[in-house]
Design a binder for this molecule. Structure first.
Ligand code: SAM
Length: 229
């Protein structure tokens, strides 16, 4: 028996990053029992809900409509509805929208129940074989402004560095990391938990000079060795 769903509570629910089996029993129960699900991409969430035979009203909540949605969701919570927040994949708030609704809930003394669950950087970090006792999760590098500054700051980091990257920039980012850091050990986790999952343990120099990801599709986590102390 799980806990009872409490009205007026915001549940933060991680969802799979590819493999639909990667969802907890508690997450499924909460998705079944809340009044409404606020979802970054309602089509993606519908696939998950259909897979588990869950019928539930969905409300879109993504970066471009956050300003409108936050007061609406807060109003619903204050009127006693229970709301589950999910993102496209993984944990809401980890390189995904959630911060605005979380801070608004805190300001309005609305209880928040955060569930543990899937997130892409943990499996990549653990499988990299690099030190995990201390690491820095740096999310996506900025596309333009501040990109070089952030790379230069990360270059001095002695802890293992974890970055997110999309298919559009993976080659460019690895090339620029090589230019900025020099050669370093790197692990790239691609399409984690999916059919074509690959985990490549190599060096920046080798990946760049072999064009390893030139025609690769998918989503990527980059794990780089920290600077030698
Ligand atoms: N909220 C998600 C989480 O908890 O990991 C992250 C969302 S962020 C918008 C998307 C990025 O996460 C992708 O560009 C990629 O860097 C990483 N990612 C998500 N799923 C992945 C997967 N299956 N394999 C590798 N990287 C993934």
């Amino acid at each position: 028996m799980g806990e009872e769903i409490v009205g007026g509570t915001l549940y933060v629910v991680p969802t799979p990053i590819g493999n639909l089996e990667d969802i907890t029993l508690r997450a499924l129960r909460i998705l079944k029992e809340v009044t409404i699900i606020a979802a970054e991409d309602t089509r993606t969430t519908k696939v998950l809900l259909d897979h588990y035979n869950i019928q539930k009203p969905l409300l879109s909540f993504y970066s471009q409509n956050e300003a409108v949605r936050v007061p609406q969701i807060i109003q619903r919570l204050l009127s006693g509805e229970s709301v589950a927040l999910v993102s496209d994949a993984g944990t809401p708030g980890i390189s995904d929208p959630a911060h605005s609704i979380i801070t608004a809930a805190i300001e309005n003394s609305i209880p928040i129940v955060p569930l543990p669950g899937p997130t892409a950087f943990v499996p990549a970090l653990v499988a990299s074989g690099m030190p995990t006792h201390e690491f820095i999760f740096a999310g996506f590098l900025p596309h333009k402004k501040g990109r070089r500054t952030k790379m230069e700051r990360l270059r001095e980091e002695e802890r293992t560095i974890v970055l997110y990257e999309s298919v559009h920039r993976i080659e460019k980012t690895l090339t620029e990391l090589l230019e900025c850091f020099g050669d370093r050990k790197v692990t790239v986790g691609r399409e984690l938990t999916k059919k074509f999952e690959t985990i490549t343990r190599s060096t920046l120099y080798t990946l760049v000079h072999n064009y390893t990801f030139r025609n690769s599709k998918g989503e990527f986590v980059i794990v780089i060795d920290g600077k030698e102390s």
